[in-house]
Design a protein around this ligand. Structure first.
Ligand SMILES: C[S@@+](CC[C@H](N)C(=O)[O-])C[C@H]1O[C@@H](n2cnc3c(N)ncnc32)[C@H](O)[C@@H]1O
Length: 275
């Protein structure tokens, strides 16, 4: 009998690239995307560098998300993903949007080994859409992000929440993965990929151990599932409810109890040192 070869993470994401680039994805859960981006933006905006002479890396960029917000504002950017297909779609889309002049580099690289990128080369590194949870070695990835960001610069990163993942697994009656989340912080998703999950304190320790200072964590999708349930989508489709949810999330995003149950956590770390 021939053994069925399981996909590598890179192959998995290469296969997803067409969907990530599609209008279907953009339309699916549009309001959840708005909520997620609004939540993240509250933490990105305060750490944006001056536009003049600065460089921002969007790491684990997929087909690009923040580049379509930041490049139109005049920021110079580079994009990195370990999926060549994702990067190819990103480049096509950036060019189509007329933003090519502001995107100075495309890197098909693993977050855990960005050795082709210079030390202290970026004013801001965004690793959103949870590449830290998806990569093979979050310690290496955090170390690499520390190495490439310049002193005084920031990293904004999101990740899966360990205890919320355990809760979600318990709701699905998947006790094996519930125990994995609780005991090791690692779960095997339906895709077959391993996800690394963190409590807020673990995320801060991971960053602090690599040298980051002034780490700040936040809940970015406190009470919603990712992807959202049908009922949650219906709530977000109602304008009044959407605004109420968005405002209340903003108000509670740094409450420790809320962070403990948020499906996604965000961390902002700064690399101290002479600027
Ligand atoms: C959920 S998608 C998010 C894409 C994009 N950041 C967004 O917010 O729409 C995760 C992305 O992380 C990338 N990724 C996963 N592991 C990675 C790794 N070790 N190094 C670089 N990219 C990785 C995948 O290829 C995929 O494009």
């Amino acid at each position: 009998m021939t053994a069925i070869k399981s996909k590598t993470p890179r192959e998995y994401w290469d296969e997803k690239a067409g969907f990530f680039a599609s209008d279907e994805r953009r339309q699916q859960h549009r309001r959840m995307t708005d909520l997620y981006e609004t939540s993240c933006w509250r933490y990105i905006e305060p750490v944006l560098p001056p536009k003049e002479g600065s460089l921002i890396l969007e790491a684990g960029c997929g087909t690009g998300r923040w580049v379509y917000h930041l490049a139109p504002m005049g920021y110079r950017m580079e994009l990195l993903d370990f999926s060549a297909e994702m990067i190819q779609h990103a480049e096509t889309h950036v060019t189509r949007q007329g933003l090519g002049g502001l995107v100075l580099g495309y890197h098909v690289r693993d977050l855990c080994d960005m050795s082709a990128l210079p030390d202290n080369g970026y004013d801001l590194v965004l690793a959103l859409g949870m590449p830290l949870s998806l990569c093979s070695d979050p310690v290496k990835a955090a170390g690499e992000m520390f190495r490439i960001v310049r002193p005084g610069g920031h990293v904004v990163c999101d990740a899966m929440n360990r205890h919320r993942t355990a809760l979600d697994m318990a709701r699905k009656k998947n006790m094996t993965q519930m125990f994995n989340a609780l005991n090791t912080g690692r779960v095997v998703a339906d895709s077959g990929l391993t996800h690394h999950c963190f409590s807020p304190d673990e995320l801060v320790s991971l960053f602090a151990d690599e040298g980051f200072d002034a780490c700040r964590t936040a809940a970015i999708t406190p009470f919603f599932d990712v992807p959202p349930s049908r009922e949650q989508v219906a709530i977000l489709d109602d304008d009044t409810l959407f605004n109420q949810v968005s405002n209340i999330f903003q108000a509670v995003s740094e409450d420790p109890g809320v962070m403990a149950v948020s499906s996604r956590l965000l961390i902002v770390g700064q690399k101290q040192g002479p600027v």
